[in-house]
Design a protein around this ligand. Structure first.
Ligand SMILES: Nc1ncnc2c1ncn2[C@@H]1O[C@H](COP(=O)(O)OP(=O)(O)OP(=O)(O)O)[C@@H](O)[C@H]1O
Ligand SMILES: [Mg+2]
Length: 210
């Protein structure tokens, strides 16, 4: 993966197993977000080389979010990627309705997901009216409601206080426990330590795994 002449990721091979959380760690600029975006198919063009396999299906070349969405790959981007002029609830609902989930079921899933992140009272608030940590929890709720087979979470606890950080980590571990493949980029050593597996990146290379 190149940005201009700069190689942001090179020779990275990664296997993330269903059933556990895999942490992606490394210093700022190591390539964690680039890796997650590449797996999500959200980076396109000739600068992206490689393939992504989910179960028996391989996406090659990677690039094109529609192919990876069809494989059930969800992304919680760093910075949340929420629409600020929609409410918390609408941000969670739109992608579900987009993918053909029936309105009643979508509404139920969203209510449950907002409750799971402690935001049952805040669904009607515009994103721009919420704090950074509340917004981050909306982004987690949106991913929970989507019920993805694979969840790529880019620093999902960076804005959270202790209680909410624990809550979000527990939700991610619960998702994994239910069979989801969770890949979580994090700067938080405790969050990384709780993960069953870890891939440590530096300067676009995998330098260690456990
Ligand atoms: N759109 C872009 N254009 C040019 N360079 C980019 C772009 N996105 C990322 N990079 C570069 O690629 C490298 C890896 O960036 P990346 O965002 O993947 O790092 P990161 O490990 O997620 O860092 P952080 O912990 O700060 O989020 C960096 O050197 C960054 O400057
Ligand atoms: Mg990043």
């Amino acid at each position: 993966m190149r940005f201009g002449q700069r190689r942001a990721l090179e020779g990275v091979h990664l296997v993330a197993r269903p059933g556990v959380v895999t942490a992606v760690t490394g210093p700022s600029g190591a390539g964690k977000s680039t890796l997650l975006w590449a797996v999500a198919g959200a980076l396109t063009g000739a600068a992206v080389e490689g393939s992504v396999r989910v179960g028996g299906t391989t996406v090659r070349p990677i690039g094109g979010r529609s192919a990876t969405l069809a494989l059930g790959i969800g992304l919680i981007p760093q910075g949340n990627g929420l629409a600020s002029v929609l409410t918390a609830r609408e941000n969670c609902l739109v992608p579900l309705l987009d993918t053909g989930v029936a309105p009643r079921e979508a509404a139920e899933r969203v209510s449950a997901a907002l409750a799971a992140v402690g935001l049952e009272e805040s669904g009607g608030h515009l994103i721009e009216e919420l704090s950074g940590g509340q917004q981050q929890r909306v982004a987690v709720a949106r991913a929970l409601a989507a019920r993805n087979a694979v969840l790529l979470a880019d620093e999902p606890t960076s804005e959270l206080d202790h209680v909410n950080r624990e809550r979000v980590l527990e939700l991610l571990h619960d998702l994994a426990g239910a069979g989801c493949t969770v890949l979580m980029a994090t700067h938080d050593p405790e969050a990384a330590a709780q993960a069953a597996a870890e891939v440590h990146l530096d300067e676009g290379h995998v330098v260690s795994t456990r």
